[in-house]
Design a binder for this molecule. Structure first.
Ligand code: WTA
Length: 634
């Protein structure tokens, strides 16, 4: 059994142990898992070359730690409770035994289609139980899964399929999201036509609409499953074999395929899940994240299932059929731990208290947030009205790259402070540095957040581009992992995450690179150039503000251009990346060397009309006044 800390003194004691003797600490935790062969060596690392290896020489299969390890005691316990988009449709429950059979059958399906250890399998599915089955079947046979969030466009999906060299794509006819039906297969078809690597597709029937199936390439999930055997021996994996690739945005154009490996990720997600949420036997845990993002991977699927938990997944959105949907789910399934994003809290808070009437929420014990800073008002609303002043809030800071939660309270153990992620978890050694890389010691300091020592859950590389991995994370401050986040350590030694210090913006918890959006906008034939910045948004956390230079206009004038830019971004990335504001400008504030002065654009986006600092180095300082004037009309 993975050990669980239960007191503040216990945390302080274990934390000290974990940083003075990290390898001893983690090998002790790793002992709770089932390894076919134990490690020869616990840790090898060198942050200068971006190399980290945990539990070297160990052999295992992660799914044996979910199924074989738990079946005897938990065979009949629900592993997954699935709540559909439409509350009038019946929910589904899969016990550990049932899920195991489905996973083995689907493992056999994949094998039958020629998928072998190390092959990449892409998954583009709505939030349905088959998504979990697909992930675990890949892990069972040693295929590397790459889940692409089903809100991404064909273009984005195609790029990701190509980059990973995916052989097979698992998708569905369509998907439900609130009142909308999403044409998933159509998008998948366009994406498969763009890339050369995918030769086989498995299509799940969800919405039942009429879709074309390509002969020889496309197979129905239910047809394949009919003939599949229900036992499948797990493939023996090395601790450092890749488990999955997950794409995320960075400050430069192309999304990065971060690679997570098997042994360390398993140990880290299970340990942090149990300790942060203080999950207890029989609890029902509900993470509202989509499995297309890292939160869904680590804390809907892997962390909970490795811990023998009951994990609830939800297909829909918090505001459909009405804004009480989350609370109804919590009451219906007697949820004990609830984990969501601040943006969801803010949007529900804005819709008022009526949606909380007649909701009991009495089973809740722990509330969690993730993905973006939570403002104090949202924290208090969550605490007072959802947690009824009795549920601790765990504000969990982490990243796709970190694999698991890094800085967070442990529920009911670490005293909380609104909007603070509080203290590092076991084994995590945060370091705050200034612009020059000088370590800022002591409390009451603010700077850039780095981590100075490896932890088992960290990403090991960027798929196909280790040099980029090193350059992105390990060269800004040599010898340290740089997170890209600003942070404050207050007078009590508590950490508060201040947001990104690079060109990444966080829109409703979705991480987007400004360069990525600019590239999409620049594809528009009438656009000469553009600059995108984030601005404070009351619901989304950050909104997208695009300054666009167009010297030629089509018949629709400025409005027409704005609309077609929105369409272009939707097509290139996905609807969630559409700018909130588009300002057509005659030029951008550039220095004589041609560099865009983003700090000015940021201030204008925040509504400032003066105090832009020194603008004398600009090629054309007048442009600033023009932009300020124009911004008032947006
Ligand atoms: C931000 C999501 C403040 C941060 C798990 C980070 C947060 C980025 C928090 C990673 C938090 C995540 N408080 N900011 N509790 N959690 N972030 O890769 O800027 O989608 O770098 O991983 O989200 O986003 P990602």
């Amino acid at each position: 059994m993975v050990p669980k800390i239960s007191t503040l003194g216990g945390y302080i004691f274990e934390y000290q142990k974990s940083v003075t003797n990290p390898t001893g600490f983690w090998s002790n935790i790793a002992e709770s898992f089932y390894w076919r062969k134990k490690w020869d060596h616990i840790l090898d690392w060198d942050f200068r070359s971006g190399l980290t290896k945990w539990f070297q020489g160990a052999k295992l299969n992660l799914t044996e730690n979910i199924f074989e390890r738990h079946l005897f005691f938990r065979g009949n316990q629900p592993a997954i409770i699935w709540e559909p988009n439409d509350p009038s449709e019946a929910h589904r429950t899969l016990t550990y035994s049932e899920l195991f059979i489905e996973v083995q059958r689907f493992s056999n399906v994949l094998k039958g289609l020629g998928i072998k250890k190390g092959d990449r399998v892409a998954i583009y599915l709505p939030m349905v139980p088959e998504l979990v089955i697909a992930l675990l079947a890949c892990a069972r046979i040693g295929a590397v899964h790459s889940v692409i969030f089903a809100g991404f466009s064909a273009q984005s999906l195609g790029e990701r399929l190509q980059d990973a060299g995916a052989k097979l794509l698992i998708t569905s006819d369509g998907g439900y999201r609130g009142s909308k039906t999403i044409p998933i297969k159509q998008i998948a078809d366009d994406a498969m036509n763009m890339c050369k690597c995918v030769t086989t597709a498995i299509v799940l029937k969800r919405t039942g609409e009429n879709i074309p199936m390509v002969d020889g390439r496309d197979h129905w999930y239910h047809d394949l499953m009919k003939g599949a055997g229900d036992t499948c021996e797990a493939e023996e994996m090395d601790s450092e074999d890749p488990l999955f690739i997950l794409y995320t945005s960075g400050s430069t154009g192309k999304p990065k395929g971060l690679v997570h490996t098997t042994g360390g990720y398993m140990v880290y997600t299970a340990y942090t899940f149990k300790n942060v949420f203080q999950y207890g036997d029989g609890d029902v845990y509900f993470c509202s994240a989509d499995i297309g993002w890292i939160t869904g991977h680590s804390y809907l699927v892997y962390g909970p299932l490795l811990s023998g938990a009951t994990s609830l997944m939800f297909e829909g959105v918090p505001t459909w059929p009405d804004a009480g949907r989350f609370w109804d789910i919590i009451d219906k399934h007697k949820v004990n731990q609830f984990y969501t994003a601040p943006t969801a809290i803010r949007s529900l808070m804005a819709l008022g208290m009526d949606w909380l009437q007649n909701k009991s929420l009495a089973t809740l014990k722990v509330l969690g947030t993730v993905g973006e800073p939570i403002n104090e008002a949202a924290w208090h609303w969550y605490h007072d009205h959802i947690g009824k002043n009795r549920c601790p809030i765990v504000d969990t800071w982490w990243q796709t790259e970190t694999g698991g939660i890094m800085i967070s309270p442990m529920a009911g153990i670490t005293p909380t402070k609104p909007s603070y992620a509080t203290m590092p978890l076991m084994g995590i050694q945060p370091m705050i540095v200034d612009q020059n890389g000088k370590q800022l010691m002591g409390n009451s300091v603010e700077g850039n957040l780095c981590i100075s020592y490896p932890w088992p859950g960290m990403a090991r590389t960027i798929w196909g581009d280790h040099e980029r991995f090193v350059n992105t994370y390990f060269t800004t401050y040599p010898g340290l992992y740089f997170t890209g986040d600003g942070v404050k350590r207050d007078e009590d030694g508590y950490y508060r995450i201040l947001g990104r210090v690079d060109d990444v913006i966080n829109v409703s918890g979705h991480r987007l690179g400004t360069a990525e959006i600019e590239n999409a906008i620049n594809e528009h034939p009438l656009v000469d150039e553009s600059a995108v910045v984030g601005f404070s948004h009351p619901i989304k956390g950050q909104g997208i503000y695009a300054y666009v230079v167009c010297t030629h206009f089509s018949t629709g004038g400025e409005e027409g251009i704005r609309n077609s830019i929105m369409m272009a971004v939707s097509t290139m990335i996905g609807p969630f990346a559409k700018p909130d504001k588009i300002q057509i400008v005659t030029g951008l504030p550039k220095t004589r060397s041609g560099k865009i002065m983003r700090r000015i654009l940021l201030k204008i986006a925040e509504g400032k009309t003066s105090e832009f600092g020194d603008i004398t180095t600009l090629l054309d300082p007048e442009i600033v006044n023009d932009i300020v004037k124009g911004s008032k009309e947006i």
